[in-house]
Design a binder for this molecule. Structure first.
Ligand code: HH2
Length: 297
């Protein structure tokens, strides 16, 4: 245990924590878990409007699975900077039919719901979601209770402010330390609410109330987050910081920049990567894992 009350991370990057999400059990540390992004929204920054129809969304999710995704993260509300919120009924209407179909048709795939709302989490879990990806880390007062009453996994992410305002001059004295302390605190709160430790996962929230330098510091020092001992997820995919560094405006053209970030994250022990380009990033992960092991198997 360290001074934050969290278990010590193992010295061996190839033996990581176990992450339980409903029926799915991920033994972390060796093979990186790839979470494919499925936005059933009209306005997401990269793929908004493409998968609003349930059939198109399910087809894309099955493609992500065939490309190597272990998890498909279904989101009904954009959290891009400046996005406005929608009500729970509308979000449920977008997300639940997709979760239901995927749970029925592809039980080997862990279906995640990307939501800040406990009512959406409840409906998605009832429809078969194996985990809840909560970018607000339990600000909805009912969220922890809803997750605790299920067997679902739970991702707590750091965000400064909310999507409407988060990019308005974010400030930290020490971004890595503050994000690490926040996540350690949320882990304890979630456990106290009855969510078992092995169902929890933390995420530093790349792009959520962070400047370019904040994002780069968090990526550089991702080991400090891995040291918390919980599964670590990171979502650099196609984000603005990559566009800024490479001079690429079109998010769909940020695949190579994303690959660099994913390679770094995998090399430094990140357990789960949340990405749009599943086929490419799965290949990146497999190569980096082999280098990390120093052997092909
Ligand atoms: N990023 C986005 C959404 N959800 N969840 C986690 N845990 N980590 C992330 O970094 C993260 C996330 C934003 O990306 P995207 O879903 O592609 O866009 P939008 O929010 O516009 O739908």
């Amino acid at each position: 245990m360290d001074d934050m009350g969290t278990p010590d991370a193992t010295d061996d990057p190839l033996t990581g924590p176990t992450w339980r999400c409903g029926e799915h059990v991920f033994e972390l540390g060796g093979r990186t878990i790839v979470m494919g992004i499925l936005n059933v929204t009209p306005d997401s920054f990269s793929d908004g409007g493409r998968f609003l129809e349930t059939d198109a969304a399910v087809k894309h999710a099955l493609q992500l699975r065939d490309d190597g995704a272990d998890i498909v993260d279904v989101g009904g509300e954009s959290t891009r900077p400046g996005a406005t919120t929608i009500d729970a009924e509308e979000e449920i209407r977008r997300v639940v039919p997709v979760v239901q179909r995927l749970s029925d048709e592809a039980p080997e795939l862990a279906v995640s719901v990307d939501t800040r709302k406990s009512a959406v989490a409840r409906a998605a879990i009832d429809a078969g979601a194996a985990l809840v990806n909560d970018v607000a880390a339990g600000r909805d007062p009912q969220m922890l209770t809803v997750v605790a009453s299920s067997r679902a996994g739970y991702v707590v992410m750091h965000m400064l402010g909310d999507p409407a305002t988060m990019q308005a001059q974010p400030h930290y004295d020490d971004v890595v330390e503050q994000v690490r302390t926040f996540l350690a605190d949320r882990l304890r709160t979630a456990e106290d609410a009855g969510i078992a430790r092995d169902r929890l996962c933390v995420d530093p929230g790349i792009g959520f109330g962070k400047t370019l330098d904040h994002n780069l510091a968090l990526l550089r020092d991702i080991d400090r987050i891995v040291e918390l001992g919980a599964p670590v997820l990171a979502g650099p995919s196609r984000k603005r910081f990559i566009g800024t560094l490479t001079g690429v405006e079109d998010p769909a053209d940020r695949v190579d920049g994303t690959a660099a970030a994913v390679a770094w994250l995998v090399a430094h022990g990140t357990h789960v990567v949340r990405v749009h380009d599943v086929k490419e990033m799965t290949r990146v992960a497999r190569v980096v894992e082999a280098i990390r092991r120093g052997s092909a198997s």
